[in-house]
Ligand binder design. Structure first.
Ligand code: KG4
Length: 336
């Protein structure tokens, strides 16, 4: 029985949520997307400044929506990493200040673990599970034998899948974040362009930089020849190839590991083709699937508060001397 306040500020969303015994009382998200769109991607310095401007307004709204006072909160959870270092520091500083003022525990939360645990808003996690973490900064297959036990069994050797969607979108003149228009245009296109699928080894690792470069080269070559690009067809060809790599690694993982449940996590898990393919592959099998609701795929503090509840029970607290870790690896969880 506890009331946990979660704070998320790892990238371009300032968010604060309050959860009481598993029930989400509020989840306020101030997104900065429009401010970064003019730069074609997130500007770290601008993100930090906007977190500073928004944090206390978001806190006020989260408390009033939940009808909770700060003195009623049992612990303050915050995203410690991975993310933009300046942005992480703002949320962490708010959490530290509140924890010190109200003499309550401070709980550092891993952003990607938060995305995994967001699936608990749908139903309980079932172990051993495979989490497919696909976001703007990460592409990882994370195997969990039990709560808070994270083993990376496959990861990208270069770019993250979301980064690849964003760069391909930029090359095609589509707005940021690029995954959304590519997903939409793919529905009108056909898979007519042949693109490479790198890394044909036996591992569960990924490589997306070769695919990105192949699309950029293809667009430049066609332009030089005076040919027009069929944008929906190229979006569809690219999306099929990028998501195809995930499905290929999933097939191998299911053969090699004992897996009772597969969960999707991260911004790219909003991709409609990935969601369809996951259902097509796992429905009517013994393996359970959780596809998070769309609101859980974008950054939010509800997932930080949700995981914060588990960590509160485990008493995984930190001292106020803790620092943010922009490169925090999920399998190094208990190292603060
Ligand atoms: O989880 P997230 O905020 O990234 C990090 O925290 O690192 O997710 C953002 C990423 C962006 O790269 C964006 O293009 C991608 O998620 N994304 C999508 C879709 N919606 C967002 N990618 C593919 N299809 C989508 N529908």
């Amino acid at each position: 029985m506890a009331i946990i306040l979660g704070i998320e500020s790892s990238c371009d969303e300032t968010s604060i949520a309050i959860i009481k015994d598993g029930e989400l009382l509020s989840n306020v998200v101030a997104t900065q997307i429009k401010m970064h769109q003019m730069f074609g991607g997130v500007m770290p310095e601008l993100a930090s400044r906007l977190h500073c401007e928004n944090a206390l307004f978001v806190l006020d709204e989260a408390l009033s929506k939940a009808n909770i006072k700060l003195e009623d909160i049992d612990a303050f959870a915050f995203t410690r990493g991975p993310g933009l270092v300046g942005a992480l520091h703002i949320g962490m500083q708010v959490a530290k200040t509140l924890a010190m003022l109200y003499h309550k525990p401070l709980i550092p939360v891993h952003h990607l673990a938060g995305h995994i645990y967001a699936n608990e808003f749908v139903k309980p996690l079932k172990f051993p599970l495979l989490s497919i973490v696909v976001s703007g900064g990460n592409t990882e297959f994370v195997y969990m034998k039990e709560h808070m036990d994270f083993e990376i069994i496959g990861e990208t050797k270069d770019d993250a899948i979301g980064e690849c969607f964003d760069k391909v979108a930029r090359t095609l003149g589509l707005p940021y974040p690029g995954g959304i228009p590519i997903d939409k245009l793919s529905k009108e296109g056909k898979h007519t362009y042949k693109l490479p699928t790198p890394l044909h080894d036996d591992s569960l690792d990924f490589s997306y930089s070769g695919l990105k470069t192949a699309v950029i080269n293809l667009v430049n070559n066609e332009k030089q020849k005076g040919n027009e690009i069929n944008v929906p067809d190229l979006c569809k060809s690219f999306q099929d190839t990028a998501i195809g790599m995930i499905m290929d690694r999933l097939k191998k993982a299911l053969q090699r590991y004992d897996i009772k449940q597969v969960v999707l996590a991260g911004g790219v898990s909003a991709n409609s083709y990935l969601r369809e393919e996951m259902h097509r592959r796992l429905d009517n099998t013994d393996v359970d699937l959780i596809v998070p609701p769309i609101w859980c795929t974008t950054d939010n503090a509800a997932m930080i508060a949700k995981l914060g509840e588990h960590l509160y029970k485990m008493k995984l607290f930190a001292d106020v001397s803790i620092s943010a870790d922009p490169n925090w690896k999920i399998d190094k969880y208990k190292t603060f």
